[in-house]
Design a protein around this ligand. Sequence first.
Ligand SMILES: [Cu+2]
Length: 302
Amino acid sequence: MLKFLSVGALVLLFSEPMMAQEYEDHNAMLMDHGEGHLMDMAGGMVMGQNADKLPGGCDSISETKEITVHAGHKYAEKFPGRMYAFDIQEFNFKPCTKLTVNFINDDHIRHQWMMHGLPKYLYPKGMFHLEISGPAKISGTLILPPGDKTYLVHCDIAQHMEKGMKAQLKVGKGDGDLPSIPGVTAYTLPDDYKATLPELNAVAEKAAVLAATAAPAPTRIAPAAKPVQKEEPVFSGITVIGLAIGLLLAPFLVKKFKGMSVSEAVAYIFDLLRALIELVVNLLSALIKRISSTKSKMLPGK
Ligand SMILES: [Cu+2]
């Protein structure tokens, strides 16, 4: 009996009606900011809500329609290279239709169903806009204007439209098609997979040739920029002497370093260097003393 009950509970938990309602419903909008701008504490937003004001040119509401549109990554899977999409890319309604949109965001990020180009006297910034962080549902109503026109519907979150969340809504016959609508119209900037490695190498080679032909110019200017070059032989002379001393000292040093640790050897070299510097300083001071004494001898008036 207990077993039967627990199985029954499990069936109830995972039954279809329970699984279908995975999203939050945001239909009780608590904050009315006026002009059809509604918000709730969970971040749901409706802008351009209009269920009763007739657009100019509409004598009456022609039809009352209700649609449900999903938004999510999974709807982009059938469109190569796209990341996000609505489950419907194209809508068509009679002019002056009162339209209710039930927008369901299936992703765990924020999405919008944003319609542009509506008359601004009726819709702030010409927009009707549903927005919600998912998984959640949000609904709004608007009255479509008269005339044949194609309206852009998209998600305005950064890069979501470029990644595929774009649709068009035609009122009447519409006035053409919009570009880059997944599965409907051609991509404005088609991807190019033609560039192969040899082609890229050829470009790199061209760049190298250009760099080589441009290079001689600065080297030709360089010698003029160096006015004095006579110091170089002095330095090379010192280098030669240093090398000679090094070579002469090498066998002696090798003998000395045998059995020393690295730190001991380094300390020994520093000692040698200090002794060498002291020697040079002594020699120089002796030389200066001699020069000054000869100078004073040359000047008898002093
Ligand atoms: Cu989005």
